[in-house]
Design a protein around this ligand. Structure first.
Ligand SMILES: *[C@@H]1O[C@H](CO)[C@@H](O)[C@H](O)[C@H]1NC(C)=O
Ligand SMILES: *[C@@H]1O[C@H](CO)[C@@H](O)[C@H](O)[C@H]1NC(C)=O
Length: 315
């Protein structure tokens, strides 16, 4: 059950603008293990008990043969809610099974939905399709913007949904591939805000915390010439430090130990940037030994191994 849903591309600088390790361009997050249960929890949090009760009420009413005029308005509501729950369950199953195209086909049928839970899943599915290598370039672009639209609507429908905030931030980061530098930088602030909000709403979501760490790492690492451009465009260009990034990667690990090979790698890389070889080695070893379930895990193993040889040579 290996699923590669690229979670995050690059927040700011365009494809190939700066050479980076494979982890940055193919950032994926497998659907296995705890990440799966996070999604499950996400879908379960929403209105399930209520639906259940209303569902019961409705069947009781029809069983007792209440008049149709009394039941009908209630019935419409019950039916709609019940159906959303069913679609979400089906959608989560398809997502877990890595059935990207089927999932997209299922959810686009409901693109006029007003349900935030359904809409953010549709946003995620659209961007997953965009990332398939067989999707033609022109379609990718359409899908990426479409995904952003859905995520935006999900947010409009429910500002308290952490997943809506998280996917809005991720989708906004995706459209950066097609935008000029000014828009990208402007979006970077918005992306940060929404990751922060997602974490505030669900402090147990390790992936949002990890992505916030990536955000910090990206801006801590920003080369001087890019910083200079950013400074010309904005009075206070987004910036961060490796210490700040480290805080998020550690926090993600605390919330959900060993949830993601890339978080281990980034802990190692951040310690390297901070010249702490001992701790860098500790985390890189863990990244290297992480059981590979996805393509990305394998790339991360390789990168961790390379980094480890790199500095054992110097010692
Ligand atoms: C919005 O999302 C939150 C968290 O998932 C949920 O508790 C709440 O019921 C949702 N509100 C609406 C109006 O759907
Ligand atoms: C970001 O830059 C501003 C000045 O440009 C500085 O005052 C601030 O400390 C920086 N923040 C971080 C996290 O480096």
């Amino acid at each position: 059950m290996a699923l590669a849903a690229r979670l995050w591309s690059f927040l700011l600088w365009g494809r190939g603008a700066t050479p980076r390790g494979p982890w940055l361009t193919t950032g994926t997050l497998g659907s296995r293990g705890r990440c799966g249960s996070w999604r499950f929890r996400g879908s379960k949090v929403m209105g399930n008990p209520g639906t259940f009760k209303r569902g019961l009420l409705f069947s009781a009413l029809s069983y007792l043969g209440f008049g149709t005029c009394q039941v009908t308005p209630q019935a419409a509501v019950v039916h709609a809610t019940g159906k959303v729950e069913e679609i979400l369950e089906q959608a989560d199953y398809l997502y877990e099974s890595g059935e990207t195209e089927k999932l997209y086909q299922l959810l686009t049928q409901y693109k006029e939905s007003e349900d935030a839970e359904l809409l953010w899943r549709l946003a995620r599915a659209s961007r997953d399709i965009a990332q398939l290598s067989r999707t033609p370039e022109e379609e990718k672009k359409l899908l990426v913007y479409e995904a952003l639209e859905y995520a935006k609507r999900a947010l409009e429908k429910n500002e308290s949904s952490f997943a809506a905030h998280k996917w809005y931030a991720i989708c906004l980061s995706d459209v950066g591939d097609y935008e000029g530098i000014k828009v990208k930088i402007a979006n970077a602030y918005i992306i940060k805000e929404h990751f922060e909000k997602a974490i505030e709403l669900n402090p147990k979501d390790a992936t949002s915390i990890h992505l916030m760490g990536i955000w910090c790492y990206t801006f801590a690492e920003m080369p001087w010439y890019q910083r200079r451009i950013a400074k010309m465009l904005f009075a206070t260009p987004p910036n961060s430090t490796y210490e700040e990034a480290l805080g998020y990667f550690h926090r993600a690990e605390q919330v959900d130990p060993n949830f993601y090979s890339k978080n281990l790698l980034l802990l190692g890389k951040t310690y390297l940037k901070l010249h702490n070889k001992k701790l860098a080695a500790f985390w890189l070893l863990r990244a290297k030994d992480y059981p590979a379930h996805t393509e990305e895990d394998k790339q991360i193993q390789t990168e961790a191994a390379q980094l480890l040889t790199g500095f054992s040579d110097k010692n």
